[in-house]
Design a protein around this ligand. Sequence first.
Ligand code: GUN
Ligand code: ZN
Length: 443
Amino acid sequence: SAPDRLALRADLLDFDADPGWAVPDPATGLVPGVRWRPDHWLLVEDGRIAGVEPAAAFTPDAAVWSVEDRRGRLLMPGFIDTHVHSPQLDVIASYGTELLDWLETYTFPAEMRHADPAVAVAGAELFLDALLAHGTTSAVVFPTVHVSSTEALLAGAHHRGMRLITGKVLMDRHAPEGLRDDVPGAERDSRALIRRWHGTGRLAYAMTVRFAPTSTPEQLAMAGRLMMEVPGLYMQTHVAENRAEVAWVAELFPEARSYLDVYHRAGLLGERAVLAHGIWLDDADRALLADTGAQIAHSPSSNLFLGSGLIGWPELEAAGARVSLASDVGGGTSLSMLRTLADAYKVQALRGVRLTAWKALHGATLGAAEALGLAHEIGALEVGRTADLALWDWAAGPVATHRDARARQLHERVFAWMTLGDERNLAATWIAGRALFRRAPIR
Ligand code: GUN
Ligand code: ZN
């Protein structure tokens, strides 16, 4: 159970604004938007952040506070993974295919097994505990087409008190038997899940269109109707990930101006729409994202692993579109947002763009929270926010330790941490002030 009052001493890092593409100050490593509060106490009361005090000026009374002195470690808001597939832990790191073959060869057969409630529950539990063991406290998640897997994920997240957004996957064509729904059944199941779970605890429901090829126009229209009808629903899908996929969508929807326009015509784009990938978009698409407020969940690990392409991240933002960071496991090869951000740097490097650690980390914390309309609740170490926290070692292993000792300013240090770090750096994860993950002590 949660201690009523928790005092946690560490180096505090978060953001109070988008650091953008600014180059770090050579001497300090800082840019505007970065909030660096080394050696501070973070105070948590009843699951919320209640105060932040410099360690030099404050000593918590152990009679009042449950005290955790973790000085020398890094405390950040828990990461937000804006696009990830819970059942795909079964096929993460599968060899040798691009998107459409990968779906048929590995993903669809694996997802089919989650029709079995026992498989679905075990899969959801494994997935949620794995998120916490990677320092991720919130996520926008694809389960499978089955109610069993959706229900298991929602119930598991609720039990853990996690801020999770998910919904039953909609797919009524171009998928094998056992992995398809139909419009009336999908509508009935979605409505029942919404009634039971949307707004329950910290959960929100997302109309979950797998991607345009696996939904009939009638199913897209049904999803659009529910978006209009139910306040606060999210929408998640994939868009413009792979060139063969884009060509297929153009064949299937000849009336649409573009892949993104298929969703727009169905009324699916809005402030709460989360579209994975968005690599193969044009200027009109970028303007449409900006006009509707829909966001791109950039998944660099997946984009590299499936050979999908290199996203124009600054171009999206220059057009006014919002971009957050996502693992896209099992197309992505790690649930670690540090690994994801390190891959994001490499993707931009291949395009001649320099991504700072600040911009990258912002997109996995406050930036994602803002894009999801949840910045009042998560994404920053700010009084009043829910205490969803991750505590990190600056280095794990001799090479990272060696490198960390040589950092001359803060950006250099944080960039090396982001580039060399992963879940082995994680010491603990809190959800609403409750420690739900602690690394086993090394004996
Ligand atoms: N497009 C449609 N389904 C999927 C999926 O499961 N993963 C990825 N990366 N792209 C998709
Ligand atoms: Zn995906």
